[in-house]
Design a binder for this molecule. Structure first.
Ligand code: RRO
Length: 306
């Protein structure tokens, strides 16, 4: 039997490889999620879904800058009732783990949405407590230890599947917030969401995004993400899903050396296309074998012990 050196088990979820689709890209219909699965992703994270449908912000919602994208989509989503149909469809057509990203305006909304996602067939839930530009949710919850504890605790009581908590880099001590999330019941941490940013049109003087500010993603934020993962790894025992600017296998390996057990890719999928999944996993597999390791799991956090 040939062993797959990229197979990992993270927070009780089995992945054929540790390269997942990140929340926010191609994650709102079953059709696009199935295409990502067929392109070789090890797992899927959906667009963030709330209790009720939400239109999101007016255009423009995305602008390209050097080394990345700035977005202020404003959480557009069909609401968990309609999205449950998409979850069922994905689970019928793919075998890989489906993680539903969830947001809410209160602990109760987070918990109810998470419960409905699991009832529809989600394998796990990722709490979005880190969206940088929507009031009364996202970062406003994840940056407040008391609120974070309440939200994570309430969701944990309501579901019995793995609970991931996605944190924001827009804080002074991300590792402290990871500790708070883990004490409240998080089974894994996802780091990082986007970095607060903006772009102004020098001809007109106007901010380009309708919301004025947004979240920066892509290669520009990769070193920030690596630092965050390194710090979180030193402070909590639960596994970390690394996210933020990964666009090739070297980036993915760097995140794993910093302490990530698996990675999520978003902006590179939007910029380079679905081929990134096979390109990254191929490069990772070659690296693991070339270095004489049996499994990618052997290099998780390796940079901490060198
Ligand atoms: O929808 C968005 O505008 C958005 C979300 Br929910 C998020 O978590 N991060 C981001 O950069 N944009």
């Amino acid at each position: 039997m040939v062993l797959n050196c990229l197979e990992v088990e993270v927070a009780g979820l089995k992945f054929k490889n540790p390269v997942l689709l990140a929340a926010g890209i191609l994650g709102i219909t079953a059709e696009s999620l199935v295409r990502v699965a067929e392109a070789g992703a090890g797992g899927l994270v959906t667009k963030s879904i709330g209790l009720k449908p939400r239109r999101g912000y007016p255009n423009p919602t995305v602008v390209q800058v050097n080394c990345g994208l700035i977005n202020a989509m404003g959480l557009p989503n069909p609401g968990i009732k309609a999205f449950s149909e998409e979850i069922r469809e994905v689970k019928k057509r793919t075998e890989i783990p489906l993680i539903v990203s969830v947001y809410g305006y209160s602990a109760e909304e987070f918990a109810e949405t998470a419960k409905q996602a699991i009832e529809a067939g989600a394998d796990a839930v990722e709490l979005n407590v880190s969206c940088p530009h929507v009031e009364k949710t996202g970062g406003e919850i994840g940056q407040n230890p008391e609120l974070l504890k309440e939200v994570v605790g309430k969701v944990k009581d309501r579901i019995s599947k793995p609970l991931l908590v996605k944190l924001s880099p827009n804080v002074s001590d991300i590792a402290h917030l990871a500790e708070v999330a883990v004490k409240a019941g998080a089974d894994a941490i996802t780091a990082i969401n986007t970095v607060r940013a903006m772009k102004i049109d020098v001809r007109t003087g106007h901010p380009i995004l309708a919301n004025k500010t947004g979240g920066l993603s892509g290669p520009a934020i990769k070193p920030i993400a690596v630092r965050c993962i390194y710090e979180i790894y030193e402070r909590v025992k639960v596994p970390i899903f690394g996210c933020g600017g990964i666009s090739n296998w070297r980036d993915a390996i760097e995140f794993i050396l910093a302490g990530a057990s698996a990675v999520q890719v978003g902006t590179a999928v939007a910029v380079k296309g679905l081929e990134v999944f096979r390109a990254i996993t191929k490069g990772m597999e070659a690296y693991v074998k070339r270095r004489g390791f049996k499994s990618v799991e052997e290099i998780v956090g390796l940079s901490h012990s060198l």
